[in-house]
Design a protein around this ligand. Structure first.
Ligand SMILES: [Zn+2]
Ligand SMILES: [Zn+2]
Length: 282
């Protein structure tokens, strides 16, 4: 009886935590692919100032990433795909070094002198960057606090787990919020982002290509990675035409290019413009 109760508690706790993890994780992934990657780094579209501001807040609270450094390092990656200068190539560092240690390659890469001057001269820090977005721990702290409050509100009346005490229920809810934040961080850093730089730059049985043109030769599409990264797993397509805001090249690939759905919807609402694409394959 006791074992069943404990197992039910742990199961419900993990279910609640996973549900809360989805919120920051989706915010982080979609703002990474739509704003950081397709808009800021590759200038594939232009955003209205309100959408750009929301994207900046989303990145700040869910990842703490400095947008200029991210864009600069990614431009360097495109300038030296899988060459010795590539900051995170599995060809040079080994697959597992990138798949599990990509965060350390990123940390070292963004510290290299001259990176911003060479690759991000056009991205100027504005007032909000200097006073708010350049403080990653403030952003992450804000994001985690929101998740704690959401967890507290979710379970204050025993919505997920009821221990017949208002404060105990709230505490359990906050614990779910904190676990949710942790699950998001592990997923984003060690699974989702790193799969794009690791798995999608390594030949594997689920990886496929549409062309052997030089700029995309060493990269692979992986539909499962795409499904969990807002479309980023269509990485071979992206390296083939890096200025295209749509990563999908076939109708089937559209199913996993969620970043493109967001851009398409924003375009219909008049919130983005100058969207560059290449035609879909027949
Ligand atoms: Zn790449
Ligand atoms: Zn790119």
């Amino acid at each position: 009886m006791l074992v069943t109760t404990v197992l039910a508690f742990v199961g419900l706790f993990l279910l609640g935590s996973l549900t809360l993890a989805v919120i920051p994780n989706q915010m982080a992934l979609l703002s990474t692919t739509v704003y950081l990657h397709r808009t800021l780094t590759h200038c594939s579209l232009k955003m209205s100032s309100i959408v750009e501001l929301c994207s900046k807040f989303s990145i700040w609270m869910t990842t703490g990433i400095d947008r200029r450094r991210w864009a600069a390092l990614h431009r360097k990656h495109h300038a030296h795909v899988d060459e010795v200068e590539d900051p995170h190539s599995p060809r040079w560092y080994g697959f597992w070094q990138i798949q599990l240690g990509n965060v350390f390659r990123y940390r070292d890469g963004v510290r290299e002198p001259g990176l911003l001057e060479t690759y991000a001269k056009d991205i100027r820090p504005d007032w909000l960057d200097k006073h708010l977005f350049h403080h990653p721990f403030l952003g992450l702290g804000t994001g985690i606090t929101i998740l704690l409050v959401l967890g507290f509100l979710l379970n204050r009346n025993g919505f997920a787990i009821d221990v017949h005490n208002f404060w105990a229920n709230g505490l359990i809810g906050s614990g779910m919020g904190l676990t949710g934040a942790l699950l998001h961080a592990v997923g984003y850093v060690f699974l989702q982002s790193s799969s794009v730089n690791g798995l999608c730059h390594t030949p594997h049985w689920l990886g496929y290509q549409h062309t052997d043109e030089r700029q995309a030769q060493t990269t692979f599409n992986n539909a499962i990675v795409a499904l969990f990264t807002g479309g980023e797993g269509l990485h071979h397509n992206h390296h083939w035409k890096e200025r295209s805001a749509r990563f999908a090249r076939t109708k089937l690939e559209l199913l996993v290019d969620q970043g493109w759905w967001i851009i398409w919807t924003l375009k219909q609402l008049g919130l983005v413009r100058d969207v560059k694409t290449v035609p879909l394959l027949n």
